[in-house]
Write a protein that binds this ligand. Sequence first.
Ligand code: FAD
Length: 446
Amino acid sequence: MGGGICIIGSGFSAAALLLHLDDKGFDCRHVTIIGRGELGTGQAFGCVHDDFRLNVRAELMRVWPDRPLEFTHWAKTRLTDDPDAASDAGDFYRRRDFAVYMAEQLNHRPGTQSASRIESEAVALTADDRRWQVTLDDGRTVSADQVVLATGNPSPDWPFRGPVIDAPTLVRVPWRGDWVDRVGGDERVVVIGSGLTAMDTIHVLHRRNHRGNITLVAPDGLLPPVQTDWHSADALAWPEPMRASDFLGFMRRHIGDGDWQDAEWQRRFESLRVYICEAWQRLAPLDQARLMRRVGWLWSLARFRAGPQAHGSAQTLLASGQLTIRRDMVSGIATTGADGPHHVQLAGGGPIEADFVVNCSGAGRDPLVSGLVEQGLVAAHAGFRGRPALTPDLALCQPDGMPYRTLHALGPVTAHEAGDVVGAPGTATQAHELATRLAAGTPEEF
Ligand SMILES: Cc1cc2nc3c(=O)[nH]c(=O)nc-3n(C[C@H](O)[C@H](O)[C@H](O)COP(=O)(O)OP(=O)(O)OC[C@H]3O[C@@H](n4cnc5c(N)ncnc54)[C@H](O)[C@@H]3O)c2cc1C
């Protein structure tokens, strides 16, 4: 099977790349996409629950960098049944409605329909006589001239060693929202983690008029700030060259001492973000790793702000005392049976008894990509264990550091090297640029 370009992954990154390839006039009959589920949905937008909303306002969700307001206009005319989307900080639509938008984008471009889909998981990649061989979980192989890794956000793992039984009341992967109806109204819920998935979890529980106590456990005990109605974040030029300390100092000086809940704070932060990817890529790999270790968690909190709806729910439940925050780390879950109760063990204190546990500790490990690094097929990044080294034009590198001309990546799988590309707009820009290079034809060099 195969030839042409093989895209591994079937989420937003894969769909955006296909759209941009078609836009560049590339014949999509030469594209094969490997991955399960509806193309364009992925972990982020394949939600089945209405109360999981986009965490940025509509204007910031885009697939076409040169048509930034297209989704906003589409949503205004098509999503008229969603009055709860509106807020003082803009319109925050349902995540699953963004998937509908992506499906329409693909349907409106007949060229994209000619790409082949294989609903399997790619488990291995090898190079054979200047062609790539992709092995699927059902044993088949696909061969391709060029491969793009668009594997996105790996499913979360429990954030501790040790076994956890498989039970409907212990949710390891909460992103789809398919577990919500299993929570009993009076049940005691423990939420592990305090990022946007934790905020989504609290929001759906509040919307369902949940009555039981909710305990959120996180090492820093901080919830993300709320999105504001910031505007006019002019691009700020970053100095060069820079070490890790200069990078941090520049950010601190520009942002100042204001309150991070304020629109002015977010406006300043957003103006730093315009060219942050380029500045990040100029840092030495060890400086990138040092910064991630020291302030990565704080960056994530400031960068991934909660939508007003989820933030409002958390504030209401905190004020009533129904939601409490424990500054600690979960070290295990001891359980009496599938229906609980579960004893959520903490590193720094006694266990919490819970009827329902939701793991909101973030993305796990990508077995395909880390396998490529471990086998030595691609060079490892000098600062991030198990992550691949990448060139600024998104090529993965051979063990001697020379780029493969026929192996690329885009989306969250590149975030350690490419910088702030985890959200849809950053990934869409990558897709646009990568499609331009891929559409130019298969390079002479492998
Ligand atoms: C829960 C969640 C909510 C988010 N909400 C927003 C938001 O509101 N706004 C925003 O801008 N960004 C959001 N993001 C950020 C998001 O990462 C990007 O916007 C974008 O959707 C990433 O797309 P992706 O295709 O790279 O990743 P994913 O959405 O993770 O999709 C990757 C897909 O590839 C498949 N795959 C992975 N490995 C393989 C393999 N080996 N073989 C075959 N298939 C494979 C996966 O099963 C998955 O379907 C969110 C992310 C998450 C996790």
